[in-house]
Design a protein around this ligand. Structure first.
Ligand code: SF4
Length: 378
């Protein structure tokens, strides 16, 4: 079955911490974007049909960004219909996990109803915090009240499977109450939560604020304390961390992201989208302008590709397995290393598997380095 990712690069403004290749637009060039993606779809469709093989249908489809919810609902409907048509072997569209990333301010009753009619059945909401001062600092366009309104609106439209993104480890001077944010998020009973620690990327407003002393850099102690608190609160509320940054209620894991972590092939369309076929990876031109120019001149939008060496594949396998609650087989560990890691509280043995504890996930890169003797390739 296929896992398909569609990248929508547009945002209304740039968040203070974001270094993604986005296109900030007051008016989204929706018609041109749809035209370009459909052109790429036509260019690529022959590449993912293996002549002679049994045709495979779609298992998951993920519209990420950027801000996909900035696209008008009729543009989303056109895209989804064309993508479904490109995978005629899909047994039942009702069984496909179809996720749309949305910002709370874009969730109106009319938009939510239209998304549902287009068969979107999962929404990942960029909540980030419920604190209005923090949201302003982040340059987000919504306030805290808008998040719960968006969740209610989505449910009213029949989209029950809602995930919330939250950011932790913010600079101390913001006095952000992480515990309260977790409580507010849990009170909404989302199906799923994704929690990301703030990182400082070059050429972002945040990096500039830090360099001129207007903001303090995130500190490791706060990061660890808030990460561990999130584990405690979410596990107590019936959520299970199935990956270092992702927790879900029973049966509500993201099937799309799980495909990445279990190294299943996926296809990506749109600027900056990546594709992986099991042995090689390729990625599209990151900037919207370069992507659209390539397609307007009927050129390939692929920026580059790499064939993974067996060593790279092995390193990736170890890293991804330890990121999730799948873990690694006990036999992957030298016995003395396993004993030391268990004693340190970083991992636990579950049957014949070794799975990270939250304290292990906090030092995941170091653990993989220790296990393989190889620095992680970015
Ligand atoms: S909405 Fe997301 S992609 Fe857009 S600027 Fe903010 S963090 Fe970046």
């Amino acid at each position: 079955m296929h896992h398909l990712y569609l990248h929508v690069p547009f945002c209304a403004r740039r968040c203070s911490y974001c270094d993604f290749a986005i296109a900030v637009r007051k008016v989204v060039p929706a018609a041109e974007y749809v035209e370009c993606v459909l052109q790429e779809l036509a260019l690529r469709a022959s590449g993912w049909v293996d002549p002679g093989a049994t045709p495979r249908g779609l298992e998951t489809l993920y519209l990420g960004g950027g801000t996909p919810s900035l696209l008008p609902p009729d543009a989303i409907a056109t895209l989804l219909t064309s993508l479904f048509d490109a995978f005629p072997s899909t047994p039942s569209l009702d069984a496909v996990e179809i996720t749309l990333e949305a910002n709370p301010e874009d969730v109106t009753p009319a938009a939510a109803a239209a998304w549902r009619r287009s068969r979107v059945n999962r929404v990942s909401l960029g909540a980030q915090s419920f604190d209005d001062d923090v949201l302003r600092w982040m340059h987000r366009s919504h306030d805290g009240a808008r998040i719960s309104a968006a969740v209610r609106t989505l449910r009213g439209a029949g989209i029950e499977n809602v995930s919330l993104d939250l950011i932790f480890a913010l600079p101390a001077e913001l006095e952000r109450d992480w515990s309260r944010d977790l409580e507010e998020a849990l009170a909404l009973r989302p199906a799923h939560l994704s929690l990301y620690g703030l990182t400082v990327e070059e050429r972002t407003p945040l990096a500039r604020w830090i360099s001129r002393g207007a903001s303090s850099a995130p500190d490791d102690e706060r990061y660890a304390a808030e990460y561990l608190l999130a584990h405690e609160r979410l596990e107590a509320a019936g959520y299970h961390f199935y990956e270092v940054s992702n927790a879900a209620r029973d049966g509500l894991r993201s099937r799309h992201n799980s495909a990445y972590w279990s190294r299943r092939p996926y296809l990506g369309l749109g600027p900056a989208a990546h594709s992986y076929d099991g042995t090689s990876r390729r990625w599209n031109l990151a900037q919207w302008e370069a992507y659209r120019r390539a397609l307007h001149s009927s050129a390939s939008p692929v920026a580059s590709r790499e064939i993974l060496t067996p060593e790279q594949r092995e390193l990736e396998r170890l890293y991804l397995a330890l990121r999730t609650d799948e873990g690694l087989p006990v036999t992957a560990f030298p016995p003395d290393r396993l004993t030391a890691w268990v004693a340190a509280g970083w991992v636990e043995v579950q049957g014949d598997r070794v799975v990270c504890r939250p304290e292990g996930w906090l030092r995941l890169d170091a653990l993989v380095r220790d296990l393989t003797g190889t620095p992680l390739v970015a």
